[in-house]
Design a protein around this ligand. Structure first.
Ligand code: PLP
Length: 235
């Protein structure tokens, strides 16, 4: 076993324990909080190392990068790959092929294209709607006030199943800064789950703030750095 393998396995174990602690503090069942390993920028081999340490759920930010990793991870039973970065309209077919789910849906147009692509492959894809709760230019997602209209437009798309909401709050060293954003996403879910009963998931929380996100009801924390180490982007 290489050093990298043992550190990924150890990191996963530590984070699983931290998730369990946060659940215990919040009076929640650990079974209701999934850990997604965010493997963007890292080579496909690290996904396999994490898989061998028991990890099954992975998130990638770019369709093209995931496409490059797809042949390596094919054949690992139960490995589930979600898109957690923006989906361009010209990538919907590829995305439907590579990913089990798209967690960043934020437009009707993209949803319609993804729905057609999934139908052509004879599959139903799980999707989450990304909500933009801050005013940062760089962030994606639908504005909260536009969420009901988007959910209504997604409803008839029979090859997509809307499973919940996702958000990325502004980064801050202090995890507490993210708390109001997590609370707002939860409120939006609670306001809309009556009309859309499948809208149960809350994908929120990253390396820095997943403990706070769990306290606020997260059902999926997306953790990259704390599992795989710092991302080194090519120059
Ligand atoms: C990169 C990324 C993550 C993981 O971030 P870390 O801080 O490395 O844990 C989670 N969610 C999204 C959408 C990301 O782009």
């Amino acid at each position: 076993m290489s050093d990298a393998t043992s550190s990924i396995a150890a990191n996963l174990e530590r984070i699983r324990n931290e998730i369990a602690d946060a659940c215990a503090r919040a009076g929640r069942n650990t079974a209701n909080v999934a850990l997604m390993a965010v493997s963007k920028v890292h080579p496909a081999e690290v996904l396999i190392e994490a898989y061998e340490a028991g990890q099954r759920l992975f998130g990638e930010n770019r369709v093209q990068e995931a496409q490059g990793k797809a042949p390596v991870i094919a054949g690992y039973a139960g490995l589930e790959l979600h898109l957690i970065g923006p989906l361009q309209n010209n990538k919907t077919s590829k995305a439907a092929e590579i990913f089990q789910a798209v967690d960043t849906l934020d437009s009707v147009k993209t949803a319609e294209r993804l729905n057609s692509a999934a139908a052509a492959l004879g599959k139903t894809m799980r999707v989450l709607v990304e909500v933009k709760l801050s005013h940062e230019e760089s962030k994606h997602g639908v504005a909260p006030e536009e969420l009901p209209a988007l959910l209504a437009a997604l409803d008839p798309l029979s090859n997509l199943r809307v499973g919940g909401l996702m958000t990325v709050p502004p980064f801050d060293e202090d995890a507490e800064t993210a708390r109001p954003f997590f609370q707002q996403l939860r409120r939006l879910r609670d306001e809309n789950v009556g009309a859309y009963p499948t809208l149960t998931e809350l994908s929120m929380g990253m390396s820095n703030d997943f403990r706070v996100a769990i306290e606020e009801g997260s059902t999926c924390v997306r953790v990259g750095t704390a599992i795989f180490g710092k991302r080194v982007y090519p120059a």
